[in-house]
Design a protein around this ligand. Structure first.
Ligand code: FES
Ligand SMILES: [Fe+2]
Length: 357
């Protein structure tokens, strides 16, 4: 059975990854060839010629069409329809490749691979800070993980792991026993906690933001199926920051756009948005370095977990209190997959809800 939700917008690439040349991307276990068309839009076609199955990405771009590199069948970059079969005048009806809708926002390319009638660009993830001059936006790397996307997503609604996986970067031992709160907020599953009056963690030390102790927060927002926003930051203890006044501290949103590549491989394109050092490329580079170090720690864990999942299982994994966010996530994904499988158009999946405080 599939583990993929099809009726959703996924990040296919950063805009800077797409140019005039034919490039292959694998998303939801399907190969797609993408390129930038003459009008600036992005073509996304099934990367498999319907004749002898040569990937079209091995062919040639001619204007806004793609010519297969084997026998020259040519396909329109927008519709996927065959426009030429060398050596004959008739074009067989079955000579086409799938074409996918794409949208570009803030330097990010989104793709819709589900039912075309359901593609609604208003549902693409966005947040006002992308265009607010009080915030600096930086698109980071595409992190390749040999891990299934569900485990990657769960890791991103799980503040408890940072004390153990990131003890010198994003977390510290001071947070080991601080309970995690979980709730749902519309589409988002939110897990959060505050660690009051503790030393700044390595990430903020590296930015030279604080000298004394700080209050630190982590709010993890996971949007089904594949977008996560981690709102984290710190503020001097003396300021006695209320939850809703986080803008007064050094506040950072770490964004993760997960693209399921195959059942056991995910690309996490990460970005960050900050309210400090807005025009400071050196701080930005330091943040990148700190994130790379932290995400390498996640990668190590997630890939080792995947290797174990690939082996025969003796019993079901146990669940503990901190798993509330991940459990809601799995339920929502299963509901969406079931909905697509049964094509039950009459009702939406019932929103799973937990409140834990
Ligand atoms: S395989 Fe593409 S034209 Fe023959
Ligand atoms: Fe992590």
């Amino acid at each position: 059975m599939t583990i993929f939700v099809r009726n959703a917008w996924y990040v296919a690439a950063w805009s800077r990854e797409i140019d005039d040349t034919l490039r292959r991307f694998t998303i939801l276990n399907e190969n797609i060839v993408m390129f930038r068309k003459s009008d600036g839009g992005i073509a996304a076609l099934e990367d498999r010629c319907p004749h002898r199955l040569l990937p079209l990405s091995k062919g040639k771009r001619i204007g806004d069409t793609v010519q297969c590199g084997y026998h020259g069948l040519t396909f329109d970059g927008t519709t996927g329809q065959c426009t030429r079969v060398p050596g004959q005048t008739n074009l067989p009806k079955s000579a086409y490749v799938e074409s996918y809708r794409t949208e570009e926002r803030h330097g990010i390319v989104w793709i819709w691979m589900g039912d075309p009638a359901k593609a609604d660009p208003a549902k693409i993830f966005d947040m006002p800070e992308f265009t607010d001059p009080k915030w600096a936006v930086h698109l980071g790397d595409a992190l390749h993980l040999k891990s299934n996307y569900l485990n990657v997503a769960e890791n991103l609604v799980d503040p408890a792991h940072i004390s153990f996986v990131h003890p010198t970067t994003l977390g510290s031992a001071a947070s080991e026993n601080v309970p995690v709160h979980v709730k749902t907020e519309g589409e988002a599953i939110v897990a959060w906690r505050w660690i009051r009056n503790a030393e700044p963690v390595g990430f903020f030390k590296a930015l030279d933001c604080f000298t004394g102790n700080v209050d630190r927060w982590h709010y993890y927002y996971l949007y089904t199926p594949c977008t996560a926003v981690i709102d984290f930051g710190s503020i001097e203890v003396e300021k006695q920051c209320a939850e809703e006044d986080r803008d007064q501290g050094v506040r950072i949103f770490a964004l993760h756009f997960m693209t399921p590549v195959t059942e056991t491989y995910t690309i996490d394109r990460w970005a960050h948005i900050r309210n400090t050092a807005l025009d400071d490329p050196e701080i930005e580079a330091r943040m990148d370095a700190a994130f790379r170090a932290a995400f390498a720690e996640d990668q190590d864990i997630l890939e080792a977990v995947q290797e174990e999942e690939n082996r025969p299982q003796k019993r079901r994994p146990i669940r503990i209190a901190i798993d509330k966010g991940p459990l809601v996530y799995r339920k929502r994904i299963n509901d969406l997959i079931e909905l697509e499988r049964t094509e039950d158009l009459a009702s939406d999946p019932s929103p799973a809800f937990v409140y834990h405080d």
